[in-house]
Ligand binder design. Sequence first.
Ligand code: F0G
Length: 459
Amino acid sequence: MAKYIAEPFKIKMVELIKMTTREERIEKLKAANYNMFALKSDDIYIDLMTDSGTGAMSDAQWAGMMMGDESYAGARGFSKVHNAVEDIFGYKFAQPVHQGRAAEKVLFPSLLKKGQISISNMHFDTTRGHVDLLGAIPVDIVVPEARDTKSYAPFKGNMDTKRMEAYIKKVGAENVALIIMTITNNTAGGQPVSIENMRETRKIADKYGIKVIIDAARYAENAFFIKQREKGYANKSIIEITREMFGYADAFTMSAKKDAIVNMGGLIGVKDDEELFQQVQCLTIPYEGFITYGGLAGRDLEALAIGLYEGTSVDFLRYRIGQVEYLGGLLKEKEVSFQYPVGGHAVFLDAKVILPHIPYHQFPGQALACELYIEAGIRSCDIGSFMMGVDPKTGEQMEAEMEFTRLAIPRRVYTQAHLDIVAEALENVTCNADKVKGYEIIWQPPVLRHFTSKLKPIE
Ligand code: F0G
């Protein structure tokens, strides 16, 4: 029996949600052209589209908001964020920005030039986008276990270091400007990266004179997995593990909307390279605003400084990852397929297995998301061929290696009963899986199509 780990908090404020009928949902989904992003949140019962910016802040964070110093320059909140970064990550320099992709936009021009290569365990979409925008080349070298959704491996997010070194030798180290470690590895299913893998990656980077940065959105969840699964770390604190992880990198970009539990915010950290940090500050001013607020209000900085610590609480992380594992446990009992083991922030349903009759060009991940919404008003999202889009050269639909429907769990928002409903809904959907139809696109924009495309079911 799946075990639920009780909330390490009590609830002081609630947000009401609306119940809808199946008939209403069929209509709403049709009106949204079968695109999850076009649904109104008022028509959703349980929203598992993302864990980004959707968490519930604590009373301490809200109190911090009231104390925010809105000074243009030298605001108190900036010093608090700076001190938290020094303490938690062991980095000398911190630059707040408005979210993760802003961190990428500000930092990457100092690290990557046109034609150079960026290697990652897996680039997140916006990270890949910023590498592309600079005319550089993103290359993913994740371990092969990541693609085997059925069998257990403790660190499916790892870089395949052997393949990485062979690749660096093949293309020439002078052409590789950057190694990006995404922790946890979102695209592979929120899978963690081990300390050993980070150490090894650093060793290879040093051998070839390549910089290492961390995409740090889910730093605390990654540290918790290391504490649970890696030999020698069971008795270390999350902050001790975090300092060691970040010790193997030169800088980080962070979407603070995940593990730092704020609704908006991001960070750039630089370990000790003052010249690099000066370049970061220079680009922050035109892109984000003055360096002591970086695109955020003073109150946001307060909430961020507090959230950076709250996210590292072991009691919180045990419950948080426990929730995702609980949902995974229920789905296993009901024989619903997903990337196993579950990630830190989400269950990635294996739509290829659940809807074997729907080919990639009819978007099984999207079809499953639509069905789940109709069944119980649950919003999820496709991480598969629908998101992948068409080949920019040939215009042909590309085939994703994995067809996932992601159930991302917002932090401190839903209860055990909500997760039970999700599992029951999926059981019902899978019982009638053979009746689920594939989809075709009737309109799409030239880039990042999954946000705005219009679809219809294939009759
Ligand atoms: N890096 C990773 C690993 C992410 O998961 C995200 C966002 C970003 C960077 C960009 O951060 O949204 O603050 O600009 N991931 C969200 C998600 C959107 O749903 O997984 P952002």
